[in-house]
Design a protein. Structure first.
Ligand code: ADP
Ligand code: MG
Length: 368
């Protein structure tokens, strides 16, 4: 199986007056594992069903390689699909379920038997062909669904929250299986999930969607390090938001005043930052692991001073919850490795919050 590129051009889908998908363009590379990540209702399933051919877009185009498939019937697109609910045929054996797409294509019995056995081996279910779906666990049923999706060796595989119904441990094990399978087969995979951890661990790139639009596309590291908006920063990983006032731009830095803190100059801003006007309300965003705490007054460069409200020990690090005059009672989260002075800090201590170099990003104020 060789993956093929999948190109989405200006896709739109309206239900009545409202857009489920509102102008999505995306070039997915041959053999790429791309996740569509977004909250419930953001248009992920609608996008996938248009690629599969079960819905027709109101405008835009879908290409596999150079073929325009926008209006092609689903069974002629050569796309494998796995849904959250396994949708196996309950009255058919595992082998008959997996062989179904090949019977539809009128392949010979012999050919089908060989392909079904190979697909069973790929999902580590050798010898399960004669069972019925109800004799399998949820995880095994979902593996059968994956085997059925890959048995005709489609160059493109679509998965819509395929592991969403499984418990956490099984989900994590199957994430690695699906990822390994995709790498062995070289298939192009579009994987829908609302789980940011799942998207980050499995994907070459992640497309974050919100309200039917693309919020950002990038590698997991790019999204984590350089979120393009407060929404993406908040949706992926933990993020602190500090209310501040934008003062202006000088010597290549952005001057901001955190509410209840001192004026600081920031090097790393964000794409939005060049548009800010003086005295505009902004949010300073910082990951917990890129802030640290020191006893008040010891070091220079604090963005805020506060008191430690709670300390959580998490094995390899401490998570500190710090109350400051900022952020309307929301506590800031600061993660520090065990040692490095973190063990000496106590609940109730007055502490300065210190950012690592280029740890801070600047966004327009949101109701995060
Ligand atoms: N068949 C439909 N008829 C009307 N509205 C729909 C239909 N399918 C989806 N929607 C609406 O489109 C939006 C996106 O839905 P969906 O694509 O299922 O989101 P997600 O998969 O991200 O949860 C939602 O507001 C949903 O209510
Ligand atoms: Mg959905």
């Amino acid at each position: 199986m060789i993956g093929e590129a999948l190109t989405l051009q200006g896709l739109e889908k309206r239900y009545d007056a409202s857009f489920a998908v509102n102008g999505i363009s995306l070039a997915i590379r041959a053999g790429e594992f791309l996740s569509i990540l977004g909250p419930s209702g953001s248009g992920k399933t609608t996008l996938l069903t248009m690629i599969a051919g079960f819905e027709t877009p109101n405008s835009g185009h879908i290409m596999i390689g150079r073929r325009d498939i926008t209006y092609l019937a689903p069974n002629r697109r050569n796309i494998g699909m796995v849904f959250q609910r396994y949708a196996l045929f309950p009255h058919l054996t595992v082998a008959a379920n997996i062989g179904f797409p090949l019977r539809m294509r009128r392949m010979s019995k012999d050919f089908i038997r060989r392909k079904v056995d190979a697909a069973l081996a790929q999902v580590h279910l050798d010898g399960y062909g004669d069972r019925y779906p109800h004799q399998l666990s949820g995880g095994q049923q979902q593996r059968v669904a994956v085997a059925r999706a890959i048995v005709f060796e489609p160059p493109v595989l679509l998965m819509d929250e395929p592991l969403g119904a499984l418990d956490k441990k099984l989900r994590e094990a199957l994430q690695m299986e699906v990822k390994g399978l995709q790498q062995r087969l070289g298939a192009t995979v579009v994987y829908v999930t609302h789980d940011q951890e799942e998207a980050l661990t499995m994907s070459d790139r992640v497309a974050v969607v919100a309200e039917g639009r693309l919020a950002q596309v990038g590698s997991p590291l790019e999204l984590y390090r350089s979120p393009a908006s407060a929404f993406v920063g908040d949706f992926i990983g933990r993020m602190n938001f500090i209310d501040a006032e934008y003062l202006g731009h000088s010597n290549g830095g952005h001057m901001v005043r955190p509410r209840g803190g001192n004026v600081i100059t920031m090097e790393a801003a964000s794409d939005e930052a060049s548009l800010f006007a003086a005295l505009q309300a902004v949010s300073i965003a910082a990951r917990p692991e890129r802030l640290s705490l020191a006893p008040h007054g010891r070091d220079r460069g604090a963005i805020l001073t506060g008191t430690i409200d709670a300390i959580v020990f998490a094995g390899s690090f401490f998570l500190f919850f710090v109350r400051t005059p900022n952020s309307d009672g929301r506590l800031l989260q600061i993660q520090m490795p065990v040692g490095h002075g973190s063990s000496l800090l106590r609940q109730g201590d007055l502490v300065d919050i210190l950012p690592e170099a280029s740890a801070l990003r600047l966004f327009s104020k949101t109701e995060a």
